[in-house]
Write a new protein. Structure first.
Length: 292
């Protein structure tokens, strides 16, 4: 299905050079927009959009209706690039395809990456519509060798054995909490551990209970490969995930969720999440300048 796999340094370089030739934007912040969060790019000014299929070497979505694009633009004074639509392991992409854009961001001069998506709540205290700031993750596919850094290490990106104990920038997490509280989001802003599973099936009850025992607060089918590759190459990472459902942990409980209500909450919170991200972008760039 995905026949062309372009993951050598020369491939990354060519794509980067092509993009830099086509745009005057020099993004400092990259935003990976999760499903339903593509609107994040709409608030940007001076937008320039590239469809994935037009970018050399870029993986292309073969799923109808899942056309992806890179959007360059400015949020206030910060130059950003937004990734609308991304690639999942369960679709059949290799992990180097899934993480291809992250290395392009690095080579373009991006310093911080904001990753957003939806996930299922494992922590019994979480409610649908909560926004979880990712404090740490468990790379379950990585345990089984499905890891984006397997294979020869390219020192031009990072070291062989990268540290992951601080994968999610503490400064950015603190900033997210501060901005969230300014925006009146504190009562549904959480902090926790995200676990990635490969999917595509949702968890069984026994699996969900196992994840709870392991200390996971939420579970999803993406983000961790991108975060791992970003950290490997020295990018600052912030991960935000919207809890769109509660994972069932109980055989006897009848699910009595009002689906319309859930959709309504998620839509509302997705809008707030976008506001949070937009506000954060300006501030995190400021923070990064102050550190230099
Ligand atoms: C970028 O532009 C330069 C100068 O015009 C050109 O030599 C080079 O081939 C271009 N690179 C790509 C990948 O388009
Ligand atoms: C990129 C990504 O993680 N997308 C997922 C976001 O969450 C929704 C809902 O759980 C999934 O359907 C997407 O695949």
């Amino acid at each position: 299905m995905h026949t062309h796999i372009c993951c050598s340094f020369d491939d990354y370089k060519l794509t980067t050079e092509w993009l830099l030739n086509q745009t005057n934007h020099r993004p400092k912040v990259a935003v990976i927009c999760g499903s339903g969060l593509g609107l994040l790019a709409d608030g940007a000014t001076n937008k320039q959009t590239f469809r994935y299929q037009d970018i050399p070497n870029f993986p292309v979505s073969t799923v109808p209706g899942h056309e992806g694009c890179l959007v360059f633009g400015k949020i206030e004074d910060t130059s950003c690039v937004f990734m609308k639509g991304h690639f999942h392991l369960y679709e059949g992409y290799s992990l180097c395809q899934v993480t291809f854009p992250v290395r392009i961001f690095k080579l373009m001069g991006v310093e911080s990456v904001l990753v957003t998506n939806a996930s299922g709540g494992i922590c019994p205290d979480f409610k649908v519509g909560d926004i979880m700031i990712i404090k740490d993750h468990i790379n379950l596919p990585g345990f089984a060798g499905q890891h984006p850094l397997c294979g020869p290490n390219d020192e031009r990106f990072g070291i062989r054995f990268p540290c992951m104990s601080d994968a999610y920038s503490k400064d950015l997490r603190t900033l997210a909490l501060d901005v969230g509280s300014e925006l009146g989001c504190s009562h549904f802003l959480r902090s926790g551990v995200y676990c990635m599973v490969s999917g595509p099936n949702f968890e069984t009850i026994a699996e969900a209970r196992m994840l709870l025992t392991l200390g996971c607060d939420s579970v999803g089918m993406s983000m961790v490969p991108e975060v791992t590759v970003a950290k490997h190459s020295g990018l600052r990472v912030l991960g935000l995930t919207l809890i769109t459902n509660k994972v069932s942990l109980d055989y006897s409980r009848e699910e009595k969720v009002n689906h319309d209500e859930v959709l309504e909450i998620c839509k509302m919170r997705a809008e707030l999440l976008q506001k949070l991200v937009t506000t954060l972008i300006g501030r995190c760039q400021l923070q990064s300048i102050n550190r230099h």
